[in-house]
Design a binder for this molecule. Structure first.
Ligand SMILES: NC(=O)c1ccc[n+]([C@@H]2O[C@H](COP(=O)([O-])OP(=O)(O)OC[C@H]3O[C@@H](n4cnc5c(N)ncnc54)[C@H](O)[C@@H]3O)[C@@H](O)[C@H]2O)c1
Length: 325
């Protein structure tokens, strides 16, 4: 029997430590328990810039977790956190909204923070890095599904930093023992999702209106689409990527299924048993569409999404009901 893993992890005698930067955030709060289950000790580096304080405290109280409070912008803080770890999951970043409002800060954290981390990782002989990249590196897709070997078109400093992060991984790996995978997350949703998330906040907006007995309001015809991937599936992808030997590529983490905003509204109306009809607000809307190709991640990691959209939306509703004052 595996000594440390309780769920699908590798045999690891004497638990190794993985550093999770940004581990107190939304995805981190799901990924950290997954990594513990896979037999890792987890050290979190986070400056508490954007996290739910109660969820963060609960995470830090888990056996096998320790927190280094610090900022990826400061090489000393990064060095302190990297010492003694075997691997890193790099999630720390400021979000896309912030990057539009403050490009310099966004690049400082998302680009220079990644450079500081990879420099430290290379010097300390860390074996493995899993990097949180983003589907936003593709820009407004001209072809669907979005494939990893298809065109990229980063449209904001956030997207530029994500693409550059992937390229910096290749640069540092040439000069060190580092192996790596970058995961291009699509629209991550599920329990605990931030209320101000750039793409997925539409779910919470619609739910709030429905809870107030009002119909969801859809801009334009609602045919802009997203590829919603559940945070539990994302956490599992992170765990698989960390424990894999595959290296040197970027993999989509999506479902391969588009959900339009109009369809989302309909699904939520049904899920909540609401007696309303979604309303349309005529206006010019940039009709962006997203759909991941998920063939490559299935080949490399054997990962396939498990949570269907209706089940995933139900998990968000349950979470909202539990946390409503
Ligand atoms: N959520 C999504 O839909 C999505 C989609 C694509 C990519 N991503 C990427 O996945 C990663 C995790 O996303 P998330 O949704 O959990 O974001 P989040 O904002 O919930 O979490 C980010 C964490 O990083 C920490 N952080 C921010 N700046 C820091 C700094 N300078 N030093 C140390 N820690 C810092 C925050 O305190 C927070 O705990 C990010 O890199 C994000 O860009 C997320």
């Amino acid at each position: 029997m595996r000594p440390n893993a309780t769920r699908g992890g590798p045999v690891r005698v004497g638990r190794s430590t993985v550093l999770v930067t940004g581990g107190l955030g939304y995805i981190g709060s799901h990924a950290v328990p997954e990594l513990l289950d896979r037999g890792w000790r987890v050290r979190i580096l986070d400056n508490r810039y954007r996290c739910d304080a109660d969820a963060a405290d609960a995470l830090c109280a888990m056996p096998g977790v320790d927190l280094v409070e610090g900022d990826v912008r400061y090489p000393h803080a990064v060095d302190r956190a990297v010492q003694g770890v075997e691997a890193v999951v790099h999630l720390a970043a400021v979000c896309i909204n912030k990057s539009i409002a403050d490009p310099a800060e966004s690049l400082d954290v998302n680009l220079m923070g990644t450079q500081h981390l990879l420099d430290s990782v290379s010097r300390h002989g860390v074996r493995r890095v899993v990097f949180a990249s983003s589907a936003s590196v593709y820009g407004n897709a001209t072809q669907l599904p979005m494939r990893e070997d298809g065109p990229v078109d980063p449209l904001t400093p956030y997207c530029t930093a994500k693409l550059a992060g992937e390229q910096l991984l290749a640069f540092h790996a040439q000069r060190s023992a580092l192996t790596w995978l970058a995961l291009r997350f699509f629209n991550v949703y599920g329990p605990g999702q931030p209320t101000d998330a750039f793409y997925t906040s539409v779910i919470l907006t619609f739910v709030k209106r429905l809870l107030a007995g009002q119909p969801p309001v859809i801009d334009g015809r609602g045919d802009q689409s997203m590829d919603f991937v559940h945070v539990a599936d994302v956490a599992r992808a992170i765990g698989l990527a960390l424990d894999s030997d595959a290296s040197g590529e970027s993999l989509n983490v999506g479902t391969g299924r588009q959900t339009t905003v109009a369809e989302l509204a309909e699904r939520l109306v049904v899920a909540m048993g609401a007696d309303v009809v979604p309303q349309f607000r005529p206006r010019e809307v940039l009709v962006a569409r997203r759909e991941a190709s998920v063939e490559r991640i299935a080949e490399v990691l054997g990962w396939r999404p498990r949570v269907e959209i209706d089940e995933g939306l139900a998990s968000v509703l349950d979470w909202i009901k539990q946390h409503r004052a």
